[in-house]
Design a protein around this ligand. Structure first.
Ligand code: GTP
Ligand code: MG
Length: 193
């Protein structure tokens, strides 16, 4: 699959502002600063269509990108960001949960985790919720460039043990651009596009 046409659509400040659900969409979630926006740039081949930052919590809105006029990619705000107040975080979580539960055109969720870290509590929680909502989920373990080659398989195995042997999980790196084809294969084999 080749994303030959990629366009920024809109930043929706709230659920009321999101575009019509007239095409399938893939939502990207994960802890803040894990590399969600970088991953969107990498798989679309656009260096900075999604804003990235060294500072966690950069993405605060729902950002929509259209691919080939047939698919939305949605960059969601990261969860688990410490520097916002608890009440604001609760409010965001409620909004995000409501979105994931109610948005009818979600074809797949991509949960991004750091390949160097063991499964985190809030990731496991999110993974279970996605299962409850029956949203097909792909776990993308990013920043694989930070590990030695020999360490890749053991880290993937460990994550697989935490999320269940049947989960879809793949290594990725935005820095080395490792996993782009594999990512789009995961999308096309589910017949989303
Ligand atoms: P929020 O929107 O704040 O939740 O963050 P995010 O998950 O969108 O992360 P973002 O893509 O902004 O990346 C965060 C930091 O990680 C940036 O400094 C990126 O350059 C870096 N980064 C992202 N992906 C990779 C990767 O594959 N390898 C390496 N080495 N660094 C990465
Ligand atoms: Mg981001």
């Amino acid at each position: 699959y080749h994303p030959h046409k990629v366009q920024f659509v809109t930043s929706a400040p709230s659920l009321a502002h999101c575009p019509l659900p007239d095409r399938p969409e893939i939502v990207f979630l994960g802890r803040s600063n894990v590399g969600k926006s970088s991953l969107i740039n990498t798989i679309t081949g656009k260096r900075s269509i999604a804003l990235t930052s060294k500072t966690p919590g950069r993405t605060r809105l729902l950002n929509y990108f259209d691919v080939n006029d047939e698919l939305y990619l949605v960059d969601l705000p990261g969860y688990g960001f410490a520097r916002v107040s608890t009440s604001m975080r609760d409010q965001w979580n409620r909004h995000m949960y409501q979105y994931l539960e109610c948005r009818e055109n979600i074809a797949m969720a991509v949960m991004i985790v750091d390949i160097r870290h063991e499964a985190q509590k809030n990731d496991l929680r999110m993974f279970n919720l996605l299962g409850q909502w029956q949203i097909p989920t792909l776990i993308v373990a990013t920043k694989s460039d930070k590990l030695k080659k020999s360490q890749l398989a053991p880290h993937i195995d460990k994550l697989r043990k935490s999320y269940g042997s049947k989960c879809a999980l793949m290594p990725f790196s935005s820095a080395s651009k490792y996993g782009i084809e594999e990512f789009w294969w995961e999308v096309t084999k589910r017949q989303i596009v």
